[in-house]
Design a protein around this ligand. Structure first.
Ligand code: CMP
Length: 141
């Protein structure tokens, strides 16, 4: 089934100047880019995006980190996109991620882990619409 997933190239990757390296790998893996932007989250936006984690001990630090610099959210589409993207990026903790995955290559630690990927098709749809309005999504290629 064709699914959507949201990628976020996180502040640590922007700082390391690996936006291009990461997008290259996403394109080579066959994902279709529907929308993309270079932006910075407000505290309110970061809190809302990560609301599901609000009771976790790492929530405040996560919000601080995700608002510490620019990010690149990317709406992606592919057959089985959610699972395939999670395989491409690797485990949440870069030190435990498979060789060759984006988090293994570019992540630093479990918080500064280079990139986000939606964890279910439902969240993929929801997260894409968190960053992009329907009119910003491009289908025709
Ligand atoms: P992400 O895929 O964006 O989803 C939630 C984020 O919280 C995760 O990537 C990490 O950046 C962060 N995170 C998850 N688990 C931990 C943890 N145990 N300690 C610190 N940060 C975490």
């Amino acid at each position: 089934m064709v699914q959507r997933t949201l990628a976020i190239i996180k502040p640590d990757s922007v700082e390391k100047k690996v936006i291009g390296e990461i997008i290259k790998r996403i394109e080579e893996a066959g994902f279709k880019i529907l929308a993309m932007k270079y932006t910075k989250l407000t505290e309110e936006q970061a809190k809302s995006f990560y609301e599901i984690h609000k009771d976790k001990p790492f929530y405040n630090d996560l919000v601080k980190y995700m608002t510490s610099g620019p990010i690149v959210p990317i709406a992606l589409e592919k057959e089985n996109a959610v699972e395939e993207f999670r395989t491409l990026i690797g485990s949440t903790d870069p030190t435990k991620a498979e060789e060759g995955t984006i988090r293994k290559l570019f992540g630093t630690n479990i918080e500064r882990n280079a990139i986000h990927g939606s964890d279910s098709p439902e969240n993929g749809e929801k997260e894409v619409l968190f960053f992009f309005s329907k009119s910003e999504i491009v289908y025709n290629y």
